[in-house]
Design a binder for this molecule. Sequence first.
Ligand code: REL
Ligand code: ZN
Length: 407
Amino acid sequence: MNLQENVNDVIQKTPVLDMHTHLFPSAFHQLCLTGIDELLTYHYLVSEAFLWLDMEYASFFERPKTEQAEIVWNTLFVQRSPISEASQGILTVLQELGIPFSRDLNDIRSRFAAFDHNDYPEYLMKVANISSIVMTNNPFDAAERKYWDSHTTFSRETFLPALRVDPLISHWTEAAITLRNDGFPVSDTVNDQTIETAKQYIRSWVETMNPVYIAASLPWDFPKSNVESALLERCVLAVCQDYNLPLSLMIGTKRGLNPDLQMGGDSTGQFNFEYLENICMQHPNQKFLITMLSRENQYELTVLAQKFRNVMVFGCWWYLNTPQFMEEITQMRMSQLGIRFIPQHSDCRVMEQLIYKWKHFKDVFSGLLYKHYEALETKGIPVSRSDIENDVYAMFQTNFRHFITKK
Ligand code: REL
Ligand code: ZN
């Protein structure tokens, strides 16, 4: 094999630890999403379909999922060519699962129905070569919560919990109601006593879930008040320190810009970097996993990650998960950080998406990595297969695993 072939081959053969998804094990029943109707009603595709539809938003969302899927299919795959990244993703999934494209959605549905359902999620992980999936576990979500309350068991080597605390930071008054219902007597006013009680609440969930990190997404204009910064720093961050857990910050959302689009209505905004720099400076012993949504923030984030070894930058998030941005951002990170970052996470919500999100990323990554090795060889430094394996394994596995366990 020549250098390019070796690089491709190692990237294909190295199992990936996917460090941020919205996937669940099959023991979480209806939360473990699979199949073409779920794929077609992914919020990326729903927002795109609405660019062509005249229908009221509410009239779409009140229909059964099968009908919603048919509307998206006809709009984006039958009436015009599927060009966008999310629609290309559907085509990649079909291709990799050996399902021929047909304009008749029922043909495709029947091919999906033929898969053996017992170990279908495991089969998909094998096709995508994923060893472990980090979930997003939100104790404020009633649908999910019942599985934790009933001590649902699942393979903790395959599915790693991550405790998500957005509601506590960004919607305190509503979160406080949940805490009180759960027997944690907090007040609407965030005083010292309430901070202590909220910490106990988070600790109780750390004990239940045993998460690999605690996570929050932060809006582009965070913090809007001292209450928000107190909840993040004096409450969430303090619990992270108690348990030596990294805090994963996903920064730069503008939630509900078009609320009628439901989950598809979120947008992005540029973040004021000083707040983040201060937090990293003030907490040198706290580990931070950080990704940002705004393209404009990527350069500063890369520099920040080079200044603080307690920062691990990860992924090309959401609207940045397209070939153009993956290439730009990953190249920038390699130039500043070498291989010391986590190049991608999938953010999948539907199991089959693992196939396309990772395939599309690997296509870009392989080209980039090859260019760097080629540069070494032209400088007279031979690159062996095991050098490549070592680097790719670090980026797909150990950069994350070592960081979360590091003292
Ligand atoms: O974890 C998050 O906050 C985001 O990734 C999600 O809110 C978003 O809807 C997701 O589907 C993006 O890829
Ligand atoms: Zn996410």
